[in-house]
Design a protein around this ligand. Structure first.
Ligand code: SF4
Ligand code: SF4
Length: 99
């Protein structure tokens, strides 16, 4: 499905069909809260985020919730950094835990 692009260049996600095909994990780790593994945490920079939801798609945990902008659920984020590496708009910073 072709994404709907807003005038400001962000991607409109109004219903499930607007999202990329599916996330990698489909919630396979939902029973395991992985926050204690984390040494870094992803921080979404709202002004740079284009709402493309690629971070949601590549996250191996059920840790990113689609939203405007998306939200990282720190109970499930293990700090693997995949979302940071894959965001095409450089919109996710890496912050050290305990900082
Ligand atoms: S991949 Fe980057 S630009 Fe796309 S929704 Fe996630 S944070 Fe925003
Ligand atoms: S750092 Fe890894 S686990 Fe955490 S939100 Fe990004 S991709 Fe998901």
């Amino acid at each position: 499905m072709k994404p709907k692009i807003r005038k400001d260049g962000t991607v409109a996600v109004e219903k499930t069909g607007d999202l990329p095909d599916m996330p990698v994990s489909m919630g396979s780790m939902k029973s395991n809260k992985t926050a204690s593994w984390r040494s870094i945490r992803p921080v979404i920079i709202e002004e740079r985020c284009k709402r493309c939801m690629i971070c949601w798609k590549v996250c191996p945990e059920p840790a990113i919730r689609p939203g405007d902008p998306p939200v990282v659920d720190l109970d499930y984020c293990k700090g693997c950094g995949i979302c940071i590496a894959e965001c095409p708009f450089d919109a996710i910073d890496s912050e050290k835990e305990g900082k």
